[in-house]
Design a protein around this ligand. Structure first.
Ligand code: H79
Length: 463
């Protein structure tokens, strides 16, 4: 053996040894990952483990609430277009003028337990509330500002604290929407406001390091949010590297945190899906549902029930309960989550029209929730009669348009159908299904069990 050959053998030997060491480390990590699931050790979670509860949840409540609920869409006697939460900008209200809404924000009707119960009874598993919207006003007792619920309003109750207690009690995950853009802070867009989009603030880095990050650290430490939902990331002063850095920083504070894609610059317009390797755990389509299913992609459609996020006293353009239930089924059938918004009043009440719709959805979910929670996109795309979700060995056929001739035609599915029944039928009475290579024929009763969406369960032999 030459010297060189000897060296090569040494290198190969060393490589084999280090591979073995790596294998041992990997194997022991696997063990610790399992231990971590049972809560005995703080090892890093896999992406799947971290996203698990969120993917199962499928349905959450968005809450837009702040001092903009006081003007409720009207300024100086004029009804202002656009979202109620944007009124500061849309009506070009100067910072000092807008601040005057805070002393009038006294939502004495606020009952955290009732909001959480309403969400839970609707079948929602999480709540995302605005800790801070673009106007800069903060709904919790922040140590780094007086522009918050404790110091600037007569209410002086920490809204996020009360919600976090109620959520914990009722087993709902509390999450926060947080705006990177800030029209109030002088080191952010407050400097040039109302022309906030025109340029950059030389002190923006100070805002990030001494204001925004400390605030986020407060939120994580004090209320243990499941998700941080960023927005207002499109401003010139915010960059993708800053987004990546913020994402990494927040995960060091709480490794299990889930963070949306608006933490960086990777969201593609209002369609919201993430570009390339940009920061964030899930895409954020806004006011729209992707036309096709997106299996293997984490995304969440956020949507208003009327035409505003923040409360507007005169917006009565409500979507129907039927529309909302079908939207939920459509989204689940495409593998996404549905974050449905409410805009509470300045008195602290969720508008009656929203309550009515959430209760209607809850009635449907009480019977059919199994076809939504933990379910995802199926190979059956968008049949003309409705949608289809899948979970384990079950296919859930969501029939929006009940067949007049009493038979439902279903495209071919892989695997043999063992049993079929109506989810609304507590006895799970078997429906005799005819299966062929072309597809399935499901004979149905003449009356739909649910006028909005009747779910038929197909139990398959193979997953
Ligand atoms: O909080 C609610 C709205 O107030 C907020 N997002 C929801 C959840 C919102 N802020 N602005 N908008 C919605 C619309 C903004 C659209 C645009 Fe853009 C921002 C157009 C150009 C910059 C998004 C980013 C679309 C293209 C780039």
């Amino acid at each position: 053996m030459t010297k060189q050959e000897g060296r090569q053998w040494l290198v190969i030997g060393a490589t084999v040894v280090s591979l073995l060491i790596a294998l041992v480390i990997l194997a022991s990590c696997g063990g610790e990952t399992n231990a971590q699931v049972s809560g005995t050790k703080a090892e890093p979670m896999s992406q799947d483990q971290r996203m698990d509860w969120w993917r199962d949840a499928r349905f959450g409540m968005f809450v837009h609430w702040g001092v903009y609920a006081v003007p409720a869409g009207t300024y100086k006697g004029k009804r202002i277009d656009g979202g109620g939460e944007w009124i500061m900008n849309t009506a070009q209200i100067p910072v000092a003028e807008y601040e005057k809404f805070a002393p009038r924000f006294d939502p004495v009707g606020f009952r955290a337990d009732e909001w959480v119960r309403l969400a839970k009874n609707a079948g929602m598993k999480y709540i995302v509330i605005t800790s801070k919207h673009h106007d800069g006003f903060c709904l919790w007792d922040s140590k780094v500002t007086d522009y918050d619920i404790m110091d600037a309003t007569p209410f002086k109750r920490d809204i996020l604290k009360e919600l976090s207690v109620a959520c914990k009690k009722q087993g709902v995950k509390l999450c926060f929407y947080h705006s990177i853009m800030d029209w109030h802070h002088p080191d952010a867009q407050g400097l040039s406001y109302p022309n906030y989009n025109d340029g950059s603030n030389p002190n923006f880095g100070r805002y990030v390091e001494t204001y925004m990050k400390p605030q986020l650290a407060e939120l994580v430490a004090n209320y243990n949010p499941g998700v941080l939902w960023f927005d207002g990331e499109w401003i010139k002063d915010w960059t993708e590297p800053q987004g990546k850095e913020l994402y990494a920083y927040l995960r060091t504070l709480q490794p299990s945190l889930i963070i949306n894609n608006r933490v960086g610059k990777g969201r593609q317009g209002m369609e919201g899906l993430t570009k390339g390797d940009s920061a964030g755990d899930f895409g954020t389509p806004e006011q729209q549902v992707p036309p096709e299913g997106l299996p293997g992609v984490d995304w969440e459609t956020c949507m208003t029930m009327n035409d505003t996020w923040g409360y507007k006293s005169f917006d009565e353009n409500w979507k129907s309960t039927e529309e909302l239930v079908r939207m939920l089924a459509d989204i689940a059938s495409k593998g996404g989550n549905f974050l449905l918004n409410v805009g509470p009043t300045p008195e602290g009440l969720i508008p009656a029209a929203s309550v009515e719709r959430l209760e209607g959805m809850g009635k449907w979910m009480a019977v059919n929730g199994e076809s939504i929670h933990g379910a995802t996109a199926s190979v059956i795309g968008r049949p003309e009669w409705g949608r289809c979700t899948v979970k384990g060995d079950k296919l859930y056929l969501h029939v929006f348009n009940w067949p007049a001739d009493g038979t439902l035609e279903v495209p071919a599915v892989r695997g043999q159908v063992q049993r079929a029944y109506l989810l609304a039928d507590k006895k799970h009475t078997s429906i005799p299904v005819t299966q062929s290579a072309e597809g399935l024929i499901v004979p149905l009763p003449s009356q739909a069990p649910d006028a909005i969406d009747s779910v038929i369960v197909l139990v398959l032999k193979n997953k």
